[in-house]
Write a protein that binds this ligand. Structure first.
Ligand SMILES: [Fe+2]
Ligand SMILES: [Fe+2]
Length: 378
C-alpha cells in the first residue's frame, strides 16, 4: 500500500511519496529559468507541487497521467499545502497499485451492480424492463457502467460514481413518485438511462478526460444512440413510449443552456431533472467539504460549479484553540451573563449544535459557564 496519501500530508515535513501526475506545466521564472508546476494526486485528493531547481534534468522524463515518485517539502502557501519538489522520477505501472491513485466509490461495485439489476427487474412495464435489461446485459456496457465516474470533475468524479449516482436517484425516485403519483416505471427508466452516454463520453482507464465522442457528441446524444441501437432488437416497443424515454434523456439537464435541446414537458421528466440536479449538487458539496485542503478558516475554497464556498460545520462549531494564550472568551451572550452572575443556571446548549464533550469548543464553553475563581475576580 502506498504511503503517504495526500490526505495524510502535514506541513513543514519532508516526504517521499508516489503520486499520479494530473497536470504538468513548464513555466518561466523572472530570471528566465524554467520551473515545473504540477498537480499531483492519489485516491484521497490533489496537491499542488512546484519544482524550482534542476528542472532541465527531469522535464522530459515524465508526462501527465504518469506515476511519479517525489521527495520534497510540504509547505503552506495561500492557506493550502504545497509540495516543493527536490527529486522526482517516473515510476513504471508495475510499481504501483492502480486503486491507490484513482478515487473510487466507497461502495462495493458488485453490490451496486446487483442492486441496479434488482431495480430494473422491479419495473412492471415489460417494454421498459426489456429495454433496460438489453442495455445492462450488453457486456461492454455492463463493464463500463460499473466503472464510470458520473463526471470528469463536477460531481461523483470517482470510479463507480455513475452507478452510485444512479442508485441514489432510484431511491429518491421511489419517494417522489409516490408523493406526486408519478409513473415510477417511467421515472426509473429515465434514471437508469439519463447519463448512460457517460460510459463512452469519458475516458477513465487512467486519468479522467473526455473521449473524442464525448467532445464531439456529449453524453445526451451518445445515450440517444445507445437507446436507438437496443430498440432495433425490440420491434414491439411502443412508439409513444419510445418518445417519452427519449424526451427524458434529452431534457434531463433542464435548461437549454445546460445542453438539453428540450425542456422537461411531463411530470416524470421534470422530476428526473430536479432529482438529478439535487443529487449532483449534494454530492458536489459533500466532496467539496471532505476534500478541502484549506489550512485555516471554516469555509472551503470557492467552488465554480456550486458558485459558492461551503461551510465546514465541524470547524465552525469546534474552532481550533487560538495559537497565542488568551483569556477564555464567553461562548455567547447568555454565557457571558452567566459568568457575571455565578448563581444563575448555565444556559442550555442548543441540542442540534451541542459541541462534542471533548472538543476545544466544549472546553471553552465549559470554562465560560463556570463561576470565575476568586483570584480571577480581582
Ligand atoms: Fe447528464
Ligand atoms: Fe445525472
Amino acid at each position: 500500500m502506498k504511503s503517504p496519501y495526500v490526505s495524510e500530508l502535514e506541513p513543514s515535513k519532508v516526504i517521499t511519496g508516489s503520486f499520479l501526475v494530473h497536470s504538468k506545466e513548464i513555466r518561466q521564472k523572472r530570471t528566465g529559468e524554467l520551473y515545473l508546476s504540477l498537480l499531483l494526486g492519489d485516491r484521497t485528493g490533489d496537491l499542488d507541487a512546484k519544482m524550482w531547481d534542476n528542472v532541465a534534468d527531469v522535464v522530459e522524463t515524465f508526462e501527465r497521467d504518469d506515476f511519479v515518485k517525489v521527495k520534497g517539502l510540504i509547505q503552506v502557501f495561500h492557506n493550502r499545502p504545497q509540495l516543493t519538489i527536490h527529486k522526482i522520477r517516473r515510476m513504471e505501472d508495475n510499481e504501483v497499485e492502480f486503486g491507490d491513485y484513482f478515487p473510487s466509490s466507497k461502495r462495493d461495485p458488485q453490490e451496486m451492480w446487483i442492486e441496479l439489476r434488482a431495480v430494473v427487474n422491479s419495473i412492471g412495464n415489460p417494454h421498459l424492463r426489456a429495454l433496460l435489461n438489453a442495455m445492462l446485459d450488453d457486456e461492454d456496457i455492463a463493464r463500463r457502467y460499473r466503472l464510470a465516474p458520473a463526471a470528469k470533475q463536477i460531481h461523483h468524479a470517482f470510479l463507480g460514481g455513475l452507478i452510485e449516482h444512479v442508485l441514489s436517484l432510484c431511491a429518491l425516485a421511489r419517494i417522489v413518485a409516490a408523493h406526486y403519483q408519478a409513473d415510477l416505471d417511467l421515472l426509473l427508466a429515465g434514471v437508469v438511462l439519463h447519463d448512460i452516454g457517460k460510459i463512452y463520453e469519458l475516458n477513465y482507464e487512467r486519468g479522467f478526460s473526455y473521449s473524442s465522442d464525448g467532445q464531439l457528441l456529449g453524453h445526451i446524444n451518445i445515450g440517444m444512440r445507445m437507446v436507438a441501437d437496443k430498440l432495433r432488437a425490440l420491434p414491439d416497443f411502443p412508439a409513444t413510449l419510445r418518445t417519452l424515454v427519449e424526451h427524458m434523456i434529452l431534457s434531463h439537464h433542464g435548461h437549454l443552456e445546460f445542453g438539453s435541446p428540450k425542456l422537461p414537458q411531463f411530470p416524470e421528466a421534470l422530476l428526473l431533472h430536479y432529482l438529478d440536479d439535487m443529487d449532483s449538487k449534494m454530492e458536489a458539496m459533500r466532496a467539496l467539504i471532505e476534500n478541502d485542503r484549506q489550512v485555516e478558516g471554516c469555509f472551503t475554497t470557492f467552488n465554480v460549479a456550486l458558485e459558492r464556498p461551503a461551510l465546514k460545520m465541524d470547524r465552525f462549531l469546534n474552532p481550533p484553540p487560538p495559537r497565542a494564550a488568551a483569556p477564555a472568551a464567553p461562548a455567547s451572550e447568555a454565557a457571558a451573563e452567566a459568568q457575571l452572575k455565578p448563581d444563575a443556571p448555565p444556559p442550555p446548549a442548543h441540542p442540534a449544535f451541542a459541541p462534542k464533550p471533548d472538543s476545544p469548543f466544549a472546553g471553552k464553553l465549559r470554562q465560560a459557564l463556570q463561576p470565575a475563581a476568586p483570584d480571577q475576580e480581582k
